[in-house]
Design a protein around this ligand. Sequence first.
Ligand code: ADP
Length: 527
Amino acid sequence: MSITATIFRSRDIDGGAHHRAFGLVAIVLAMAVFYVDTYTDIEGAIAVLYVVTMLLAAQATTRIGLIGLASVCAALTLISYGMTHGDDADLQSTVRLVVALAALGVTTVLLLKTEAARLTLLSANSALKESEARYRSIFDRTRVALWERDYSKLRSYLMDVRAQGITDLKAYGRTNPAMVDYCVGLIRVVAANEAAREMLGRGSVGVGALSRSIIPGQERFLEVLQAIMDGAPVFEDKVEIRADNGEEKLVLLSISFPEDPAAFNRVVVSMVDVTQREMELKALAEAQAELTKASKAATVGAMSASLAHELNQPLGAIVVNSQTLLRWLDRDPPDLAAVRRSAERMIRDSQRASEIIQNTRNLLSPSNNKLEDVSVEGLIDETMALMEHELQRSGTTLLMETSSRLPSVSAVKIELQQVLINLITNAIQAMDEAASPERTITIAAERPDVEHVCVAVRDTGPGITDDAKEKLFAPFFTTKETGMGMGLSICRTTLEARGGTLDGNNHPEGGAVFEMRLLIKPEVEYA
Ligand code: ADP
């Protein structure tokens, strides 16, 4: 009995009372078969009936139990054979023994196979249950509003409609407005999670018929229907829907349609509330528009400041030259040759002033700015001539260092000239203010690589203070009493607009050095 108890134990644990009953019947049957086989004269393969024992026991035991029971039955068959035919074994009884053992063996193998298949099925089933439970828990706990909806009836209806040759649902829906309501009625809500209830309110998110209020506008709904009809894998769009409390919400609606038509009874629909985000984006766009307006106003302001700043130099030069001209005229006899020279300088400075005004106008309509091939050496020469008077007045020597023959750069000449004049004027002013004993400005031009030409303006002034270094190019930063602080900021913006750069630093041997880097040929025409 202890063997049978072991054999049936494991199934007893999870099998329950009817398993135990099967086990008992099997034991009783095995004993009966043994008795009949051993103690009666019935000729025949009685031992084959052990197979029935095995079949009964299979309901109540495990693999090991089955193997054990088969061994016990085989042993009983052999014992019975030994007891009844031990001395006078004939062919007939031996064949019966072999048939009985073979039947037992085949049955055991088949039962073991069935048991293995059953176990595989059980484990697949439990994996399925686990995955379903995991899906449920994600579905319920996620903060994204989720629905499970049954679209199967709707899909079949749409397929019927298509079979009638209707492929443009939008057009069809417009002429048959009742169709939309009919389609809404075909959708059923299987489940909705807590986030969905929180988002739209409990009234809109009941299981059963789909609430009409959470269907997006007719056009959008027709797009959803079209997606189903066309077999699209997903529908995603921003749609407006109404919550339980009447609040309009903008949501990102996403519906993933299964590949398998049979799975349309459980389609997952998700909604993410983007109302707040959209409002923020709108506010941001409005703020940006305001900013653009403000920066336009600032640009106009900066432009006037720049104009005043740029005109200062030629106008100042005109005043000085007209005073000189008057002095030459007052001489007795008047020095007409000198008068002519002064008048010529005045004409040149007036032309420059008019060019500056013209250029500022061009800046307002950028398409008028024409790029031209500008020779850097020629530009420096011309600028030196323009600044001649100012240089003389301040006792400044201007040196020019050009390494080799430089290529011309594609630029707007007057712009480059303004930058150069600004840098030279700043250098003169810095050396004036610091009363520098040596006053030299060196303009060095070189070609550091195939794409660029560098022009550096170096002075022998006090250099840039640590405090000024950081704000050098910031608009309205100035350390001068009458300064406007616009020069360097405008110079940098001007060069950057054409793909160049402007940087300022202190030279290791003293003084400040401002370096402009110009593109030889801009890849794009900067407007
Ligand atoms: P502004 O000349 O009206 O002050 P800028 O933008 O041209 O405006 O210059 C800003 C500031 O940068 C100047 O006030 C000065 O402090 C500093 N700076 C410019 N050039 C030099 C220089 N060559 N050496 C020393 N400091 C300079």
